[in-house]
Design a protein around this ligand. Structure first.
Ligand code: ATP
Ligand code: MG
Length: 1080
C-alpha cells in the first residue's frame, strides 16, 4: 500500500484544523480565522467540519487542476478545501455504500449557495463520464440558474440571496455515476413579490425578463421595458452592480431548455411572470353604496384587461372577484362587498399565490426532467442549501419560520456530530467520556410542541371562530409561554421584562441558540392563514390557460372543499420534519459558512460579526466536543510514515506491523502514556501540544536529515566531479601522446621512403643499363648471324629459285587483288533503284570488262526485283504511262506536266454519282474514261462543256447538265486524232468519211486530261482485235472536216492571258485559230 506522507500540517498558516488550536479560546479561534483569511485561506477544519469564509472575490482554487489534486486523497492529506469534503463524501458514497448529506449552513450572504454549487461541480467533475451521464450532470447543474432566477433576489445582505430553502438529492448508481435527482423547496418568501424592503429587489426574473427579452417577446407579453412602469418593482435598487440581467435572462432561457422545458412551457411561465407585474398595476377606487359602505372598483381597466388577455381570463369574472367575496357556509352562500383595502389585499394575495405556485410548479417540472430513469437501487447524496439564521431590525413570520428551521438543523448537527464521535470511539475501542454541550431541543420544543408550541398556538388562533387578530395571538403566547426560559415578552406575566424598553408591546422575543430575535406579531395570522379568496381561485381556474388552471385546482367548482387548507406554519413544520428524518438516515458532512463583513467586500474581516457567527454556529462547542476526547487521530500507517525518522529503530524502515512501529516510536520519544491511546486502526492523541511536539521533533529531524542528505550529496557531487576530471585528463593525455607519436612516425616514414626510392632508382637504372647493353649485343649477334645464314642460303639456292618464283608470286598477287576488289565492291554497291546511275569506280584497268559486266548483271537483277513487286493494275497503269511517253515524249509541250499525274480514268465517278445514273445505264459498257471536255463549236469556235465517255467500242459525248447523249462515235469510225505540239489540251477526232458519225464533221475538243484521253484512245485501238491502230498526228496545223468544209486548225503562240487556257477563234471559212499562251 502506498502511504502518503503529505499532510494538512505541512506549510500551515495558523492551524488548518481548529482542533489543534492551542490555547483554545474564542480570541485565538477568531485570530486563527483572521490569519488564514488574510492569507487567502478561506477554508478551515474542525475535525471533519469545514468552515468556509466568504472571500467576496473570485479565487483561483477551483480550477480543474485543483479538482485533480483533491481527487482520491485523504481528508487530512492536503490543506483544507471544500473539495476535500466533497471528495470524502463522494468516495464514502461510492465505495462504502453510505448515503450522504451535505449540510450547508450560515447566515444570509455567507456563501451557502456558492458552496453547494462547488460541491455539485466537484462531484460532476470526478464522477463517471459518458453521453448519458453527462446529460444528467448538465441537467442537474443547469437547474441552479433556473431556480436562482425565480427564487433569488437582491437583499441588503446578499445580491443573490436565496429566498427559498433547497434540498437536492442527487442519485448515483453502484459505479458512482449520477442517475438523476430530486429537489425539494421550502417556503418561498412570497411577500417579496408585492413589497420589498428598502434597498432590496423583487425576484431576479422580473428584471431579467424586462432587460433581456426581445422587443417581440415583450410585445407579446404586453410589457414595457421600463421598470418604473410596474408597482411591484422597487426602483431604488433595480440595477445591481455586477449583475447583468439581460445576459442572465439568456442564461436562464438556455438552462430551461437544457433542463427540458418545452418552448410552450417557457412561454406560459413568462406569461405568468408578466401577469404578476400587470396585477401589481391594477388599482382600486372606492364607490359609495346606498347603505353608506364603500365598495371597491377597478380604477383603470387597461392593465386588468391586458392581464386577462394574457391569461385567457374573462375580465368581468376577475373584476367581480376584486369587488365581492362569496363566503360559503354549509349550504349557504353569502356575497359581501370588498372595500378598497380588502381589494388590494386580495390583489396582493393573488400575486403572491400566483408566483409561489408558479415557483413550486417549476421545481416539480425540473424534478420530472431530472428524475432518475433506472429503477435499480441507488445511493443518494443530499445537498441542503437553506436560508441562514436571520436577525433583522424588523422580523416577521418568515424570519420566525426560517429561524425555526435553523434551530432544527442545529439540533441535528449536535446530535449527529456527537453520535459520530461516539461511534468512532466505540469502533476504535477507546473509552468514551461524556461531553457537556448546549442542547437546543428546548427551543425547538418551544416552537413546535404540538400542544403549547408557538406554531400550534398560531394555528389554533387562526382556526378559532370569532375575531382573530395578531394581538389576540400575542396574548395567547403571553399566557402560555410566559414561563418558558427562552421566551420573552413585555406583556407576559414574567415581570422581568416589564421595564425592558427594547422589547415593544407588539413583539415577542425568542432566545435562539444563535442569539435573541425580536419578532413583530403583525401579519403572523394572515401569513399563516395564507388566504386566497375562493372567488379569485375560481376565477383563475376558469382561465383559458392550461398552466394557470393547473396551479389553482381548488378553484374547480366541482371540488368545492369547505375545509380550510393547512396553514403555512403547519405545512412548513411538516416538511421540516420530513427533511430531518431524511437527513438522519444519511451520513452528514458539514459546511459552516461565515460572512467576514457586512459590506460584501473582499479583504475586510469584521471581528465582531465573525465572533457573533462563531458563537451562534456553536463552533467553539464543536471544537470542544471534538477535543473533549482526543484532539487528533491518525491511522497507524500514515502516522508511522510521518514520524518514523524520530526513532532509530523505525528509521528508515520498520518491518513489523504499523501499530507496533508507532508503539515503539512513542516509547522511544517518552510521550506520557495519558497523552495518547491506541485504537484498533488509529492512534488517538489527547492534546494538540503532543502533536505539535511530534511535529516540532519531525521538523528538527527533517532539518538534520536535510543537512545530512545535503552533505552526502555535496560530497558525492564533488567526488564524482573529481573522478570525471581525472578520467578526462587520462583520456586527453592518451590522445595527445598518440598524436605526437603518430606525427613522429610519419616523419621518419617519409624520410625512409625518400632514401629508399633514391637507392631503388639508382639500382634500377644500373640494371636497365646492363639489360640494354645485353639486348644490343644480342641483336647485333642475331643480325650478323642472319646475314651470315642468308648469304649461305642464297649462295646454295640461287640456282633453283630463279626458275619458279616469278609465276607463283604473280598468281598470289592477282588472287589478293581480286579478293580485295570483290570485298570492296560488296561494301560500295549502289541502291536498289533501277534508275540509280551510280556505280563504283573501277580500281584497275585490267578489271574493265568484269566491272562493266558486273554493273549490267546488277542492274538486270535489281530491275527484276523491282518488277516482281508490281501488281497487275499497277502494271497496266505503267504500260499506259509508257504508251503516253512513246506517243508524246519530246513531241508535245504538254507531256512533261502529265508525267506526275496519275491516270485516273473516271473523273466523274460515274457509277457512284446518282446524277449520272441515267447516263451510265444508257452507255451499257464499262466506262474506261469519264471526263468533262470542252466541245468547240464548229461554226464560231466557242466552247461548250460536255461529258466525254470512253468505252472499249465508243466515244460518247453527253450533255453535262442533263446527261443526255449528244453524240456517240464507234471507235472503228475514228481515223486519227490530231493535237498540237504546244502546251494546250485541244484535240480533233477525225472521223472516217462517209461513216454514220461523220455527218456533222470532225470533233474539235479540249480536255484537261488530254495526254491520258489520247493515250487511252490509242491503247484501245491497239488492243482491238482488228488491230487497226489509231493515228496520232502531232502538228501545229492540221485540217479538219466540218460538214462539207475542210478547215485548217492553226495553233499560234499568244501572249500570256488571264487564266492559262488557250482560246479558239474561227477566223474564216477555212481557218480556225487557236491561240496558246506562251508557257512561262
Ligand atoms: N467561495 C466563494 N468564492 C467567491 N465568492 C463567493 C464565494 N462564496 C460566496 N461568494 C460571494 O458571496 C455572495 C453570496 O453568496 P451566496 O449567495 O452563496 O450566499 P448564501 O449563503 O447562499 O446567502 P443566502 O442565504 O442569502 O442565500 C456570492 O454571490 C458571491 O459573490
Ligand atoms: Mg443562497
Amino acid at each position: 500500500m502506498e502511504v502518503k506522507t503529505k499532510s494538512l500540517l505541512d506549510n500551515m498558516i495558523g492551524v488548518g484544523d481548529m482542533v489543534l488550536l492551542e490555547p483554545l479560546s474564542e480570541d485565538s479561534f477568531i485570530e486563527n480565522l483572521r490569519k488564514r483569511f488574510d492569507h487567502n485561506e478561506i477554508y478551515t477544519y474542525i475535525g471533519s467540519v469545514v468552515i468556509s469564509m466568504n472571500p467576496y472575490k473570485s479565487m483561483l482554487i477551483y480550477s480543474p487542476e485543483k479538482v485533480e489534486e483533491y481527487r482520491n486523497r485523504n481528508f487530512y492529506e492536503l490543506s483544507p478545501h471544500i473539495y476535500a469534503l466533497a471528495d470524502e463524501a463522494y468516495r464514502s458514497l461510492r465505495d462504502q455504500d453510505k448515503d450522504q448529506c451535505i449540510l450547508i449552513t450560515g447566515e444570509s450572504g455567507a456563501g451557502k449557495t456558492e458552496a453547494s454549487k462547488l460541491v455539485m461541480s466537484y462531484v460532476a467533475a470526478v464522477c463517471g463520464k459518458g453521453q448519458e451521464v453527462n446529460k444528467v450532470k448538465e441537467q442537474l447543474l443547469q437547474s441552479n440558474p433556473v431556480l436562482e432566477a425565480f427564487g433569488n433576489a437582491k437583499t441588503v445582505r446578499n445580491d443573490n440571496s436565496s429566498r427559498f430553502g433547497k434540498y437536492m438529492d442527487i442519485e448515483f448508481d453502484f459505479k458512482g455515476d449520477p442517475l438523476g435527482g430530486v429537489i425539494s423547496n421550502y417556503l418561498l418568501e412570497k411577500s417579496r413579490v408585492v413589497k420589498q424592503p428598502r434597498g432590496e429587489r423583487n425576484f431576479h426574473i422580473f428584471y431579467q425578463l424586462l432587460s433581456g427579452a426581445s422587443d417581440d417577446t415583450l410585445k407579446k407579453l404586453k410589457l414595457d421595458r421600463d421598470f418604473s412602469k410596474y408597482n411591484y418593482l422597487s426602483l431604488d435598487s433595480a440595477v445591481v452592480n455586477g449583475l447583468d440581467d439581460a445576459t442572465s435572462f439568456r442564461t436562464v432561457r438556455n438552462a430551461m431548455q437544457i433542463v427540458g422545458f418545452m418552448e410552450d412551457e417557457v412561454q406560459s411561465v413568462l406569461e405568468l411572470v408578466a401577469a404578476v407585474l400587470k396585477l401589481g398595476n391594477i388599482e382600486f377606487k372606492p364607490e359609495s353604496r346606498c347603505n353608506g359602505t364603500d365598495e371597491s372598483r377597478v380604477k383603470d381597466k387597461n392593465d386588468l384587461k391586458e392581464m386577462c388577455e394574457l391569461l385567457g381570463i374573462e375580465q368581468s369574472v376577475l373584476e367581480r372577484a376584486f369587488s365581492y367575496r362569496t363566503v360559503e357556509a354549509k349550504l349557504e352562500k353569502v356575497s359581501t362587498t370588498l372595500n378598497v383595502a380588502q381589494a388590494y389585499y386580495a390583489r396582493d394575495a393573488l400575486a403572491k399565490n400566483l408566483y409561489s405556485r408558479l415557483f413550486s410548479w417549476i421545481v416539480t417540472r425540473i424534478n420530472e426532467s431530472i428524475k432518475a430513469q433506472a429503477k435499480t437501487r441507488h445511493k443518494v447524496m443530499g445537498v441542503l442549501d437553506i436560508y441562514g439564521f436571520e436577525i433583522f431590525d424588523d422580523n416577521s413570520f418568515e424570519q420566525f419560520i426560517i429561524n425555526y428551521c435553523n434551530e432544527k438543523l442545529q439540533q441535528i448537527f449536535i446530535e449527529l456530530t456527537l453520535r459520530e464521535e461516539q461511534e468512532e470511539y466505540i469502533r476504535e475501542d477507546i473509552e468514551w467520556t461524556n461531553i457537556e454541550y448546549f442542547n437546543n431541543a428546548i427551543i425547538c420544543d418551544l416552537i413546535e410542541n404540538h400542544q403549547n408550541g408557538i406554531l400550534a398556538m398560531l394555528d389554533e388562533e387562526c382556526l378559532r371562530p370569532g375575531t382573530v387578530t395578531d394581538e389576540t395571538f400575542l396574548d395567547k403566547l403571553n399566557t402560555i409561554c410566559a414561563q418558558h426560559q427562552h421566551f420573552e415578552s413585555r406583556l407576559s406575566k414574567n415581570s422581568k421584562f416589564l421595564t425592558d424598553h427594547s422589547l415593544p408591546h407588539s413583539c415577542f422575543r425568542i432566545q435562539h441558540y444563535a442569539g435573541k430575535v425580536l419578532y413583530r406579531v403583525e401579519g403572523f395570522v394572515d401569513k399563516n392563514n395564507d388566504l386566497l379568496y375562493r372567488d379569485l381561485s375560481q376565477a383563475m381556474y376558469k382561465a383559458n390557460h392550461s398552466l394557470i388552471k393547473h396551479l389553482f385546482p381548488e378553484g374547480n367548482p366541482a371540488k368545492v372543499n369547505l375545509k380550510r387548507p393547512p396553514t403555512a406554519g403547519f405545512q412548513f413544520k411538516a416538511s421540516v420534519g420530513t427533511l430531518m428524518r431524511n437527513l438522519q438516515t444519511k451520513n452528514p458532512n458539514y459546511i459552516r459558512c461565515i460572512k467576514p463583513n457586512d459590506k460584501k467586500a473582499p479583504h475586510i474581516f469584521t471581528e465582531s460579526l465573525v465572533c457573533h457567527q462563531v458563537r451562534y454556529l456553536g463552533l467553539m462547542e464543536n471544537v470542544r466536543v471534538r477535543r473533549a476526547g482526543y484532539a487528533f487521530r491518525q491511522a497507524y500507517e500514515p502516522c508511522l510514515e510521518r514520524y518514523k525518522m524520530l526513532c532509530k529503530r523505525t528509521w528508515p524502515h520498520w518491518r513489523g506491523p504499523a501499530r507496533e512501529g508507532v508503539e515503539m516510536l512513542m516509547a522511544d520519544l517518552q510521550v506520557p502514556a495519558e497523552e495518547f491511546s491506541y485504537g484498533r486502526s488509529k492512534i488517538f492523541i489527547r492534546n494538540p501540544r503532543t502533536l505539535f511536539f511530534l511535529e516540532e521533533r519531525r521538523r528538527q529531524c527533517l532539518q538534520d536529515l536535510a543537512t545530512l542528505i545535503q552533505k552526502i550529496y555535496r560530497g558525492w557531487k564533488c567526488r564524482t566531479h573529481f573522478l570525471l576530471l581525472k578520467k578526462s585528463q587520462i583520456v586527453v593525455a592518451a590522445w595527445y601522446r598518440r598524436y605526437a607519436q603518430e606525427k613522429k612516425y610519419q616523419k621518419i616514414k617519409r624520410a625512409t621512403t625518400v632514401v629508399q626510392s633514391y637507392t631503388r632508382g639508382w639500382q634500377a637504372r644500373k640494371l636497365l643499363r646492363e639489360l640494354k647493353h645485353q639486348k644490343r649485343c644480342k641483336e647485333a649477334v642475331t643480325t650478323i648471324a642472319a646475314y651470315w645464314h642468308g648469304t649461305q642460303v642464297r649462295r646454295e639456292y640461287r640456282k633453283f629459285f630463279r626458275a619458279n618464283a616469278g609465276k607463283k608470286i604473280y598468281n598470289f598477287t592477282i588472287q589478293r587483288i581480286m579478293q580485295k576488289y570483290f570485298l570492296g565492291l560488296k561494301s560500295t554497291l549502289p541502291s536498289m533503284s533501277p534508275i540509280d546511275k551510280n556505280w563504283p569506280v573501277r580500281p584497275y584497268i585490267f578489271l574493265d570488262g568484269v566491272h562493266t559486266e558486273l554493273r549490267r548483271i546488277f542492274h538486270l537483277w535489281r530491275c527484276k526485283k523491282y518488277r516482281s513487286r508490281f501488281t497487275e493494275e499497277k502494271k497496266a497503269v505503267y504500260e499506259e504511262k509508257l504508251e503516253a511517253s512513246e506517243l508524246f515524249k519530246d513531241k508535245k509541250a504538254l507531256y512533261p506536266s502529265s508525267v506526275s499525274q496519275p491516270f485516273k480514268g473516271d473523273y466523274l465517278e460515274i457509277s457512284k454519282n446518282p446524277k449520272y445514273q441515267k447516263l451510265n445505264s444508257s452507255v451499257d459498257e464499262k466506262v474506261l474514261l469519264a471526263d468533262v471536255v470542252n466541245k468547240i463549236n464548229r461554226a464560231n469556235g466557242k466552247g461548250a462543256t460536255r461529258i466525254l465517255l470512253l468505252t472499249k467500242k465508243n466515244v460518247v459525248l453527253a450533255d453535262q447538265k442533263t446527261g443526255q447523249v449528244k453524240a456517240s462515235v464507234a471507235l472503228p469510225d475514228l481515223t486519227s486524232v490530231s493535237v498540237s505540239t504546244q502546251n494546250d489540251g485541244f484535240f480533233a477526232l477525225r472521223l472516217k468519211e462517209g461513216s454514220a458519225s461523220a455527218v456533222k464533221g470532225d470533233f474539235l475538243l479540249s480536255s484537261e486530261h488530254l495526254i491520258e484521253t489520247i493515250t487511252k484512245l490509242h491503247h484501245i485501238g491497239s488492243a482491238a482485235s482488228d488491230g487497226e491502230q489509231l493515228n496520232v498526228d502531232i502538228a501545229d496545223e492540221f485540217l479538219v472536216q466540218f460538214k462539207q468544209d475542210k478547215v485548217c486548225v492553226k495553233f499560234i503562240q499568244g501572249a500570256p492571258k488571264n487564266g492559262n487556257g488557250a482560246s479558239c477563234k474561227r477566223k474564216n471559212n477555212r481557218l480556225l485559230e487557236v491561240s496558246v499562251p506562251a508557257s512561262a
